[in-house]
Ligand binder design. Structure first.
Ligand code: AVJ
Ligand code: FE
Length: 437
């Protein structure tokens, strides 16, 4: 992929698009048609909406804008415009049925491949290095992760299957790592498929800080619960306490208490909560309360990225904690290879030079930062991708989850959501100041 040769760029884009479509097909093929049109939660779209929306965006951004082709279905643009219809209202729309939606996405994909064969892939930023194809791949993979979250909310027997996530492959790890102070290069101007909000690269100064070696585990989180953390006002922000009390938030989403301890429902399987896996399905507010209880805080986004990318030997920012190499199965728990986070210590080959583990994969990590544009930000190709979300309502999450594809995460990648959300695959790790150390 780093090879600039147009044929290899084309092949890379075609493979990435193909992999995304296999995943969309599997996620929508795992349930019957009735299940596809049903709304499993007010927070989510019916799966059949996500599927046709994937096709609709591909038609708008790739087939029409980049390819200059005639519209296939201009009559349905509005139905699949996420800004026109909130998720809760989507089941009532005159949506394409499952068979029509499948036919539609197939027709759009055939046109997209025609465009791919002819696109110059150099020169204009939309086609350069196959950016538009990269953007469409990432968009589909992001909706695949959203569909995976819908599967998690769905009631009923398990329909998705994957090998169990690996266990620990290290001895005991130190609780924290000291990240040295000083400037580093945040964001990127060169990563070919980086989205507008990751750009441009810019130098930021970060004071020395301690970062947890691994994400906070279920076992650690249960101690917060056991010590009464959910009932103790002092650990919670005003907004967090308001949320905690009005929505009766008493444990991570999908956890329930049995006489012998905590259990959870995970893609239809009922199991004891595994103590060594990172906690998942917690809101920003719960993460923040845990950190306060632990005498720590959440990392800022720049701290997180410095820990993930800074190489102290060279002072350079790298693409991933382990270096510049694309993620392999030895580096990180990504791509729905497993249907849960892996135990802490399961990916020593993915650790950073400073010894921080599992920054990429397993769980999205809440940071304390609001979502905003970097200095010199330029919306591309549309304001609706990132810019309209900038502001204090959204918090940034980093690093990707077990449900994030390798094409849709890197050291610079930024996700965002409301601080109350926890149907996403969200966890966290803690930080603390090292001033005076
Ligand atoms: C980056 C995950 C917040 O799903 O709302 C999908 C990605 N943007 N379609 C989302 C996205 C447009 C976005 N997140
Ligand atoms: Fe979308």
């Amino acid at each position: 992929f780093r090879d600039e040769n147009a044929e290899s760029l084309r092949e890379h884009a075609a493979r990435a698009l193909g992999r995304a479509r296999e995943r969309s097909t599997a996620l929508t093929g795992a349930v019957d048609d009735e299940d596809l049109v049903r709304q499993h939660s007010k927070l989510m779209s019916p799966l059949v909406w996500d599927l046709a929306h994937i096709g609709s965006q591909e038609e708008l951004w790739l087939v029409r804008d980049v390819g200059g082709r005639e519209p296939l279905r201009p009559d349905i643009d509005d139905l699949y415009d996420a800004f026109q219809h909130p998720r809760a209202d989507r089941p009532a729309l005159p949506l394409l049925g499952p068979a029509e939606a499948r036919r539609y996405v197939g027709e759009v994909r055939a046109k997209a491949f025609e465009v791919l064969e002819k696109a110059p892939l150099t020169g204009r930023r939309l086609t350069e290095a196959g950016f538009a194809f990269g953007m469409i791949t990432q968009h589909e993979q992001q909706h695949d992760e959203t569909m995976l979250a819908t599967h998690q909310l769905r009631q009923g027997e398990p329909v998705l299957h994957a090998p169990a996530a690996p266990g620990r492959r290290t001895g005991p790890l130190p609780a924290e790592v000291l990240v040295p102070g000083g400037p580093f290069l945040m964001g990127t101007s060169v990563e070919p498929w980086a989205l507008d909000n990751e750009r441009p690269a810019h130098e930021v100064d970060v004071e020395a800080f301690f970062l947890d070696t691994t994400p906070v585990t279920n076992g650690q989180y249960a101690e917060f619960f056991d010590s009464g953390g959910y009932d103790q006002r002092q650990w919670w922000s005003d907004a967090g306490w308001e949320y905690r009390t009005t929505h009766d938030i008493t444990a991570p989403r999908f956890w329930y208490r049995q006489q012998d301890g905590w259990w959870r429902r995970r893609f239809g399987v009922h199991e004891r909560v595994p103590a060594e896996q990172p906690v998942v399905h917690v809101s920003f507010h719960e993460a923040e309360a845990y950190a306060a209880w632990a005498g720590k805080r959440l990392p800022t986004e720049r701290e997180w990225e410095k820990a993930a990318r800074f190489d102290p030997a060279t002072g350079r920012s790298r693409r991933y904690p382990w270096g510049d190499e694309d993620p392999g199965p030895e580096h990180a728990n990504l791509g729905q290879a497993h249907l849960s986070p892996a135990a802490v210590g399961a990916y020593p080959a993915g650790a950073s030079p400073l010894g921080v583990h599992q920054l990429i994969g397993d769980v999205w990590e809440w940071t304390s930062s609001d979502f905003s544009g970097y200095p010199g930000f330029a919306a591309f190709p549309y304001r609706e991708y990132s810019e309209v979300f900038f502001g204090p309502e959204y918090k940034v999450l980093r690093g990707g989850s077990f449900g994030t594809d390798t094409a849709a995460v890197r050291g610079t990648f930024r996700n965002w959501d409301y601080p109350i959300r926890r149907q996403i695959f969200s966890g966290f790790r803690c930080a603390r100041d090292a001033r005076g150390v």
